[in-house]
Ligand binder design. Structure first.
Ligand code: FAD
Length: 367
């Protein structure tokens, strides 16, 4: 008889949700994480009494009432609404593209005027089958918005020219003909009061957790202590990169404390010109309407040299998807191991999606 029913590798939202559901059902779980904190990428660090989103700005949003209720069991959410500002060489524009953006760009005041302006901008381009991201964006919104708000931001993000990037990356661009700066269309949105750690603490309550513990340091030992393993780390690493490494885009975060109450007046500012080396600046206190006397900001830089960097965004191109398929075949054959979460499935998940996925997998287990 093994000591645990489940060994859960990774205390991010997937692992923590799975552990919560299983513990609630009376199963004995052990969660291990190689980092010195639980919560994976939603972890917040307290600096100057401000919850700093340590791995990038996180805004919870969903259309699903049951998922909204699920996270609200652990702490109440505030009414934060994401409305980023784009900064193009000192000119400020509202995002997502809406009537405020169009007014600032062209002085158009009615939806009809704005639609006409965009149609005129696109008309002469005659792009029918966009061959790359640049053509796709031009076809959707025309050259003014493309140049000031899309081109350089995207090129910095991917470290590639927009003409070398595939068109499918931006199938759609949110264009709104109302004066509504709310970035998300979802019914429910907010930031947990007291920060994301409250959610993680709630999920992991009553569950054994070991930090600073890497599964790969002694995988035979870890395999021996539980009937089943839930693995939320990198799938390629699990199989010793036998088909090659899956590629990720990465980011570098620089955190600064400023001796001022209010640095930029908004939680998220995107820098959409080519010259500014960072893509976004977050001012964390604005996620929680903070009134502290100091402020903490993070500059988010796209990382070109991704070797040994933290993996953030999967690169879902043909090469990587073909490699992934091979790993998935091995994963299907791996007995008593459940692969879940963004790294084990090599897919971009929003928070509500990764919780939903963990809930489905835990329900299947309990059947
Ligand atoms: P993770 O949080 O990465 O957890 C995996 C855990 O496994 C980590 O703690 C890791 O240390 C651990 N681990 C890995 N390998 C091992 C090992 N060998 N041994 C032990 N432990 C291991 N979602 C939203 O809904 N809204 C947002 O605004 C939003 N913003 C985002 C911004 C950025 C920059 C990024 C990158 C993501 C954002 N997301 C957002 C997505 C969100 O972060 C994910 O949905 C969520 O964190 C995924 O949880 P996870 O458990 O799958 O993975």
């Amino acid at each position: 008889i093994k000591e645990y029913d489940y060994l859960i590798v990774g205390s991010g939202l997937f692992g923590a949700t799975f552990a919560h559901e299983m513990t609630k059902a009376g199963k004995k779980c052990l969660v291990i994480d190689k980092r010195d904190h639980a919560g994976g990428n939603i972890h917040c660090k307290k600096i100057e009494d401000i919850n700093v989103h340590w791995y990038g700005a996180h805004i919870f949003h969903t259309n699903d009432k049951s998922l909204w209720d699920y996270v609200n069991q652990f702490t109440e959410f505030n009414r934060y609404t994401n409305s980023p500002i784009a900064n193009y060489k000192g000119e400020l524009y509202n995002l997502p593209f809406n009537m405020n953006t169009f007014y600032k760009l062209w002085g158009t005041k009615t939806p009809e005027e704005a639609k006409e302006k965009i149609a005129k901008q696109i008309e002469h381009l005659k792009i029918t089958e966009p061959k790359n991201l640049e053509e796709q964006a031009l076809k959707l919104v025309g050259p003014d918005i493309y140049e000031k708000l899309i081109k350089h931001y995207t090129e910095k993000q991917w470290g590639k020219s927009a003409t070398e990037l595939p068109a499918f990356i931006i199938k759609r661009l949110p264009v709104r003909f109302t004066y509504d700066n709310n970035y998300f269309n979802d019914k429910y949105q907010g930031i947990p009061i007291g920060g994301y750690n409250k959610i993680v603490e709630g999920l992991l309550k009553g569950c054994e957790v070991k930090l600073n513990t890497d599964f790969f340091a002694d995988r035979n030992y870890w395999k021996g202590i539980a009937n089943k393993i839930v693995f939320t780390g990198k799938i390629d690493h699990y199989f010793d990169n036998c088909y090659g490494e899956l590629e990720y885009r990465s980011l570098k975060f620089e955190v600064e404390i400023h001796d001022t109450e209010n640095f930029q007046g908004n939680a998220v500012m995107n820098f959409t010109d080519a010259e500014t080396p960072f893509n976004r600046v977050y001012e964390h206190k604005h996620f929680e309407f903070g009134t502290q006397s100091k402020t903490v900001i993070t500059r988010e830089y796209p990382l070109k040299d991704v070797k040994n960097a933290e993996p953030y965004y999967p690169v879902n191109d043909e090469r990587n998807m073909a490699i992934l398929k091979q790993y998935q075949l091995l994963a299907e054959k791996e007995e008593n191991v459940i692969f879940g979460g963004r790294l084990a499935e090599y897919r971009y998940y929003d928070m509500h999606q990764v919780i939903a996925s963990a809930l489905i997998k835990s329900k299947t287990e309990l059947k």
